[in-house]
Design a protein around this ligand. Structure first.
Ligand code: OAD
Length: 269
């Protein structure tokens, strides 16, 4: 089989022999009864949505404590909402990429498949994924700070900044997890249960530094799952991963998907 060019880092492109490099990992994936994935901002990078860390990451330009904490919100809700309105505008103008689309198809490919994301952009759902566990919330949802009711809102730009609750008039906040806040206990519990019960765990496009999400692949590894990482850069997870592909997810996932489908067809035929 001929080589397929895969970008293996910001400047390096080399020919990847699909069968020798992706083949062994396909055998493991196809033998799995239960596949679990954790995605991060990197999976949406090729859609044009900025990541948080790295040279062009949001936290290079913006200070998290001024924009992504409850204290910051109470001090200046208008500023915080303007930042979220700006981010909603960026996301709304972008499309899911080839990586998101492969993962949406995998929901049908594997009998037990779990997609856990740290992303709040909703791009997995727009690509067609139906069951997405959102660890950090969703930028398209608002939450009343008094009543805690959650409503969907897709206005771009927002009609009112800061938006207020229709029922009680209190401030609405983005339904996302901010620094210093705990994740939803039941979502977290379910995520750890699923990751520690899988045979294969993917970690895709995440710097693997934000807890508790970063522990999900480790809990899978401890329970005996094979861990597969896809990221152009190494991360703290790399040393514990069974396979770590230095690649962009939007390029690598379609290659892996093609090989998985080829092998499945071959086994059936
Ligand atoms: P980060 O911005 O920390 O990391 C993004 C990762 O994606 C990096 O490791 C990049 O190397 C990688 N990456 C970049 N381009 C890629 C591509 N094309 N394909 C695959 N990987 C690529 O984002 P997260 O790990 O998601 O939390 O960050 C975790 C959390 O930190 C976020 O959910 C957010 C942030 O603060 C909250 O807002 C609560």
């Amino acid at each position: 089989m001929g080589g397929i060019p895969v970008s293996l880092g910001p400047e390096v492109t080399r020919k990847m022999d699909v069968q020798s490099e992706v083949g062994p990992v396909c055998d493991i994936i196809l033998a799995a009864k239960n596949v679990c994935l954790l995605t991060g901002a990197g999976i949406s990078a090729e859609s044009g949505i900025p990541t948080f860390r790295g040279e062009e990451g949001l936290w290079k330009t913006y200070r998290a404590e001024q924009l992504a904490t409850f204290q910051a919100f109470i001090q200046d809700p208008k500023l915080v909402w303007e930042w979220y309105d700006w981010r909603r505008g960026i996301i709304a103008s972008k499309e899911p990429n080839a990586g998101h689309k492969v993962l949406a198809e995998w929901e049908e490919l594997f009998p037990h498949f779990t997609l856990i994301t740290q992303n709040i952009d909703g791009l997995h759902q727009r690509a067609g994924s139906k069951n997405v566990i959102e660890l950090h919330g969703n930028i398209w949802k608002h939450r009343c700070i008094d009543e805690t009711t959650i409503t969907e809102n897709h206005d771009v730009p927002l009609k009112e900044i800061p938006p207020r609750c229709d029922k009680c008039g209190a401030l609405l906040r983005p339904h996302v997890v901010w620094f210093g806040e705990s994740l939803d206990g039941s979502i977290l519990h379910k995520s750890f249960q699923l990751s520690s019960g899988c045979d294969v765990m993917f970690s895709i496009g995440t710097s693997a530094v934000v807890q508790p999400a970063a522990s999900l692949p480790l809990s899978a590894a401890e329970a005996g799952a094979k861990v597969i990482e896809i990221n152009p850069d190494p991360t703290p997870l790399t040393g514990s991963a069974d396979f770590s592909f230095r690649a962009k997810s939007g390029e690598f996932l379609p290659i892996l998907d093609k090989e998985l489908k080829r092998q499945t067809k071959q086994k059936k035929g």
